[in-house]
Design a protein around this ligand. Sequence first.
Ligand code: 6CS
Ligand code: FE
Length: 301
Amino acid sequence: MTTTHNHRPTTDMYPTRGTAETMTPRRDPVVWSAPGTPGPLGRPELMDYDRAGFTTLDPLLSPSEVARFRAELDRLVRDPAVRLDERAVVEPTSRDIRSVFEVHRISEVFASLVRDERVVGTACQILGSDVYVHQSRINVKPGFGASGFYWHSDFETWHAEDGLPRMRAVSVSIALTDNYATNGSLMIIPGSHRTFLSCAGATSEDNYKKSLRMQEAGTPSNEAVTALSEPSGIRLITGRSGSATWFDCNCMHGSGDNITPYPRSNVFIVFNSVENTAGDPFAAPARRPAFVAARDFTPVR
Ligand code: 6CS
Ligand code: FE
């Protein structure tokens, strides 16, 4: 049974992609569940997440589980049918596969990861409700030149282009190879989740065809990144394979190129509250395809 209910909020709480860049305070909780709500995260991790906007568990997965998911990632990347699928995004220069979207639907192995109580249970604990998968992807980031992602807030895109009304979504990045300081690991600006950066510049038609490779609309000015990183700097999220980082949908984050011999392969799962379902874009001419922004809101559990 597919749930596609849609309570369309009338007001836009986070206007963006207008004529000027502005900063306004976040108008939503970070942790939506009541204090003491049981779940996989302990109080220290939840407080870490609330304050910084992210928390890292090392490890989340055992070595044998990592091996299983890494084998599945390799199988998908080698599958010629996947390469031809619109869900696959290739590197602009090397033509290597950069990302494969909607892995929770095309792979039963990754679907089982989504349903794992250590994963979906944490998402429900943070978002304080049932959840569905808004987006999932594997980022392969092979060595020798794989390009990174410039600074951005995922929520700014998911609000503008996918119509998520509130900041009630969370991403988990699970390392399937070791994430070193050198191989293009995730960088997050601690505390940036508490500021909404409204970006200047309208969204072009079919923007996702570019933004999944190189984001333009929705990227911050140098001054904004400087101001956001003033209080607490920039944190580089390293960790062994099997580690996991939960980060709030509005964290300002990015990653550098990977010019080392060591691939930085992760699986990303984005959980959204069933109380915050995608609707019409708040600042884009059309909806993005379902493989990037789910339109089936059936709860994971
Ligand atoms: O546009 C998106 O939804 C994707 N783009 C980036 C750079 N991060 C979030 C998400 O995967
Ligand atoms: Fe992102």
